[in-house]
Ligand binder design. Structure first.
Ligand SMILES: [Zn+2]
Length: 460
């Protein structure tokens, strides 16, 4: 039997009719402060998880659990909610991810209305977590409700809601949680609703994230410090030699010059230089580094920064040739690259360019993988279709210059699943800042897009 077509108009009407309930639920969620930091009351976080579980039950999920994994110190991690609707035999399962914990509110005096007293003003809902990421929680709940309401028994999809409770505090127990509950969370498609639109009225699917490796480069030039008058001239100090080495990491345009790193042009949208300079507050005389579009420099090429330096402090400096100095580097790696490859490339570069025969040691630090959606996969095509139906505008396939550790963790635990990164935040949402808010028009369009996407996946 041919699958039923997607009832676009019915879903649109259902999302409209359901929307007051969505706003009501979002306000209830924002009113519960749940911060997963040690300084905050874990009882609030537990109430937050309890409310998410109650909303999941009332949305129609049949198997609802509040679960936690053990942390590295033996204490339980923050409570996460897993709610399921089981797939009919032969149908795929979709995992819907968001997080219910929020950033600390900061200084309440800097908020126009109190952070945990949700308020509607100017077409937006204001409050801590209204965007990041309680808008993601209600997007999943509403899309699910509307899908089931419209499709009824024609819906064979398995749908698993996974609402994490410690994303803003570094997801300390996430790896263990994913391992312990792998069977519960197993899915064919994962929708991560913790990102945003391109701008008001223009949707975006986040299709790539850069990864990160960091570490230190230590340069040792001498056995011990030497009098700079007695020995200076024939002998160079370690700080000067390290500076010469660090200067080889970029070419004359400022692009990363380390051979063997993946770099590509290929972002399908650019940001104009003026806007970028204003956003980053780059002073007028300072030239931007690198070549190609600004979005390719941010999304599909590596970026290398020196973020720390161990050398004598100016206040206590003496006329001594410094024997050793250390720099800490932070390297954002492009989609398609691997942390091991990037670290090898740094090692080779440093060995090749070690100035004056100095001894150079690279010590690796953290590593996280980049992410690139498979643009040829049916799920990506379905997501782009659903966004265009909902907004009436072609979506931007956006990259993100930073990393979302959650996405690498999901990709590692569920390598066969197609990951889609969406979200209702917009450039004015001020996630993590004071006066956080979500645009109510964008939120509704996000819900409709997700309901359409689920219906499309159901019709495959
Ligand atoms: Zn978030």
């Amino acid at each position: 039997m041919a699958p039923p077509p997607v009832p676009v108009q019915l879903l649109r009407e259902q999302v409209d009719a359901d929307y007051p309930r969505t706003i009501h639920e979002l306000k209830a969620l924002v009113a519960v402060p749940g911060v997963a930091w040690a300084e905050f009351d874990p009882a609030d976080l537990a109430r937050s998880a309890g409310l998410v579980a109650a909303l999941a039950r009332s949305a129609g999920f049949t198997h609802v659990d509040v679960l936690a994994a053990e942390g590295p110190d033996g204490a339980p991690g923050a409570p996460a909610v897993v709610a399921r609707r089981l797939a009919k035999p032969g149908w795929p399962t979709v995992l819907l991810y968001a997080h219910h914990d929020v950033q600390p509110p900061g200084d309440p005096a800097l908020w126009t209305s109190a952070p945990f007293a949700p308020e509607e003003r100017g077409g937006r809902l204001w409050g801590r977590g209204a965007a990041d990421d309680k808008s993601g929680v209600v997007t999943h709940l509403a899309a699910f409700r509307c899908l089931i309401e419209v499709l009824g028994d024609d819906c064979g999809l398995g749908i698993t809601l996974f609402i994490e409770g410690e994303e803003e505090s570094g997801s300390v127990t996430l790896d263990r949680f994913l391992a312990e509950h792998a069977a519960l969370l197993a899915s064919d498609v994962i929708i991560v609703a913790d990102s945003g639109v391109w701008k008001i009225g223009v949707p975006a699917l986040t299709t790539s994230l850069r990864g990160l490796v960091d570490g230190t480069i230590e340069l040792r030039a001498l056995e011990h410090g030497l009098h700079s008058g007695t020995y200076g001239g024939p002998v160079l100090d370690a700080v000067t030699l390290l500076a010469k080495l660090l200067a080889t990491l970029h070419d004359e345009t400022g692009a990363v010059a380390v051979e063997g790193l993946v770099a590509a042009d290929g972002a399908d949208r650019d940001i104009d230089e003026e806007t970028f300079r204003t956003d980053a507050a780059v002073p007028p005389g300072v030239r931007l580094a690198g070549t190609g579009t600004i979005t390719s420099r941010l999304w599909t090429k590596p970026a290398l920064a020196i973020i720390g330096l161990d050398a004598p402090a100016v206040a206590t400096a003496s006329n001594t040739l410094v024997p050793a100095a250390t720099a800490k580097f932070s390297l954002r790696i492009a989609p398609g690259d691997r942390p091991e490859n990037a670290m090898d490339a740094i090692r080779r570069h440093v060995a090749l360019h070690a100035p004056g025969g100095a001894e150079v040691t690279v010590r690796p630090g953290r590593a996280s993988r980049p992410f690139a959606a498979d643009l040829s996969s049916p799920a990506v095509g379905d997501a782009l279709w659903a966004m265009e139906e909902s907004w009436g505008v072609a979506p931007v396939r956006a990259g993100v210059g930073g990393s979302i550790p959650l996405v690498s963790a999901l990709a590692r635990h569920f390598p066969a699943a197609q990951i889609l990164i969406t979200g209702a935040e917009d450039p004015d949402s001020r996630a993590h800042g004071e006066d956080e808010s979500v645009h109510l028009g964008e939120l509704k369009r996000s819900i409709l897009a997700e309901a359409l996407l689920l219906a499309k996946l159901n019709a495959r």
